[in-house]
Design a protein around this ligand. Structure first.
Ligand code: SF4
Ligand code: SF4
Length: 174
């Protein structure tokens, strides 16, 4: 599994070569282009899904913000996957989602919550695949994105154009 920028685990890509890194940089730029225009309507739907990653360096911050002692947080609120990652254990909905659909630890939420859904590994790896395989339609690759979510509707409307605009910058790979 390739880890890009020390943060994004890109399954199925193997070792990152310089050419791959160049093309991943383009995929990253496309993903991050959504940040300033990100259309979050605070519907809370993304807080109703599993697989919310919490990174080791975030554990103290998140547990403190939630007012949960560290030992209790690690034993009751964190699940370790067989490959060593940590996920929030209480999801669907997340234990920190309030009844008003707002995050109760907003300023200290795990970074994946801030990145979702446009700067997470799953989306970035698909943008990379579409960039480097002209025969592949990005909309087919992101079929997993729920069209009922306000943010993913906007992404689906614009991602094809963004990928096409950057294809000329991709370097060939062996
Ligand atoms: S699903 Fe999208 S629009 Fe709704 S709260 Fe999550 S990020 Fe915002
Ligand atoms: S930590 Fe907050 S933003 Fe992240 S999933 Fe839970 S409620 Fe949503």
């Amino acid at each position: 599994m390739a880890t890009y920028r020390g943060r994004y685990d890109l399954q199925g890509l193997g070792t990152i070569t310089p050419e791959m890194e160049h093309n991943l940089d383009i995929a990253y730029e496309i993903c991050m282009s959504y940040r300033p225009e990100f259309p979050c309507e605070m519907c809370g739907r993304c807080c109703h899904q599993p697989n919310i990653v919490i990174r080791p360096e975030e554990v103290d911050r998140v547990s403190s913000a939630a007012g949960i002692p560290l030992y209790q947080f690690m034993t009751e609120y964190v699940y370790r996957t067989p490959d060593g990652r940590m996920l929030l254990a209480k999801t669907e909905p997340c234990a920190f989602l309030g009844k008003d659909n707002r995050c109760k630890i907003w300023k200290n939420r795990p970074s994946i919550c801030d990145d979702f859904p446009y700067a997470v590994s799953m989306f970035m790896s698909r943008v990379y695949l579409a960039l480097t395989n002209p025969d592949v339609d990005i909309l087919d690759l992101i079929g997993y994105m729920d069209e009922e979510w306000p943010c993913t509707r906007v992404i689906r409307e614009s991602i094809g154009r963004k990928v096409e605009e950057r294809r000329g910058d991709v370097v060939p790979m062996d």
